[in-house]
Design a protein around this ligand. Structure first.
Ligand SMILES: *[C@@H]1O[C@H](CO)[C@@H](O)[C@H](O)[C@H]1NC(C)=O
Ligand SMILES: *[C@@H]1O[C@H](CO)[C@@H](O)[C@H](O)[C@H]1NC(C)=O
Ligand SMILES: *[C@@H]1O[C@H](CO)[C@@H](O)[C@H](O)[C@H]1NC(C)=O
Ligand SMILES: *[C@@H]1O[C@H](CO)[C@@H](O)[C@H](O)[C@H]1NC(C)=O
Ligand SMILES: *[C@@H]1O[C@H](CO)[C@@H](O)[C@H](O)[C@H]1NC(C)=O
Ligand SMILES: *[C@@H]1O[C@H](CO)[C@@H](O)[C@H](O)[C@H]1NC(C)=O
Ligand SMILES: *[C@@H]1O[C@H](CO)[C@@H](O)[C@H](O)[C@H]1NC(C)=O
Length: 241
């Protein structure tokens, strides 16, 4: 009795760590299959070979980390493939993801708030789809983000002010050709690495916040076709379009 207890207590941590390793590796496969389950149309059969007969690292559009065990998904790039469907909340389980590119497809529905779990995400490109809803405030937890492109979708509502306070590494922010409304949040002035801001073809209201002039490297501010009032002529914003 006491022997088996001792054995168990010795083995348990070992068993747990083995389980944990397998669970994280299987976790990325499960997350990718969850992502696939959100796809309802795949005219180019891009995801037909996404099944357990091969390692998920070899699946189309998937890039895994090199020299890491277990391997983790670091990039998912599925562009111009005619993919239709929604973005599954399972995406939030690919916690090593650095790049997500779903541009030029037919995705619809909202960005799941679970995206906020992707703290390593550096680039998110969803341009030219039919995504709708508002930008989830949870996106502001993706604090590694340098590139965000949500252009030409059907997003509406305001830019969550939190984005400006938390995505401080953002260099390019592109939201053109949606139905965004409300003011341009002055918190965007906290994006000290920003050099390209494209808010064109929306329904933003009010002035361009003068605080944006404090972003030293800001080169382009495109606010073409909005409902802005009192666009300022500020020498520190040389390239307002
Ligand atoms: C699984 O993927 C392989 C290619 O990796 C493919 O040949 C096979 O048909 C797929 N199996 C199913 C059940 O879709
Ligand atoms: C994320 O992974 C956890 C643990 O494996 C699982 O319980 C959960 O259902 C997953 N979330 C989604 C949205 O698939
Ligand atoms: C996403 O893919 C498109 C089309 O291939 C490409 O033009 C774009 O640069 C990619 N975005 C990122 C962030 O890599
Ligand atoms: C929002 O992001 C936070 C921080 O990563 C995370 O803990 C939370 O689960 C996310 N919310 C949802 C609904 O997934
Ligand atoms: C704006 O988006 C619509 C689809 O929502 C697209 O048809 C149109 O070409 C886009 N316009 C520009 C200027 O990108
Ligand atoms: C961000 O900007 C807002 C408004 O300009 C300001 O009140 C706030 O202190 C800034 N936050 C940070 C973290 O810099
Ligand atoms: C221009 O921007 C600078 C930097 O933020 C600011 O101090 C200044 O007041 C602005 N000028 C005008 C006319 O708004």
């Amino acid at each position: 009795m006491s022997f088996s207890l001792t054995l168990t207590s010795l083995l348990l941590p070992l068993l747990l760590s083995v389980r944990l390793t397998i669970a994280t590796a299987a976790g990325d496969e499960a997350a990718l299959l969850g992502f696939k389950a959100g796809i309802t149309g795949d005219i180019s059969s891009a995801l037909a070979a996404w099944n357990s007969s091969t390692s998920f690292c070899s699946w189309e559009g998937v890039t895994c980390s090199h020299g890491r065990w277990p391997p983790r998904v670091v990039a998912l790039s599925l562009t111009s493939l005619g993919l239709a469907g929604t973005l599954s909340p399972a995406i939030g389980n690919l916690t090593f993801l650095r790049r997500l590119n779903l541009s030029y497809n037919w995705f619809h529905g909202e960005i799941p708030p679970s995206i906020g779990r992707l703290r390593r995400l550096q680039a998110l490109d969803m341009r030219d789809n039919s995504f709708s809803g508002t930008i989830p405030a949870n996106l502001s937890f993706c604090t590694s983000m340098t590139y965000l492109h949500l252009g030409s979708n059907q997003f509406h509502g305001r830019i969550p002010p939190e984005l400006g306070n938390m995505l401080t590494r953002l260099q390019k922010l592109r939201l053109p050709n949606n139905s965004f409304t409300g003011p341009i949040p002055s918190s965007l002035a906290n994006l000290s690495s920003l050099y390209f801001l494209d808010l064109s073809l929306n329904n933003f209201e009010g002035p361009v916040p003068p605080q944006l002039g404090s972003i030293r490297g800001l080169e382009v501010v495109d606010v073409f076709q909005n409902s802005l009032t009192g666009i300022l002529a500020n020498d520190s914003l040389p390239y307002i379009l």
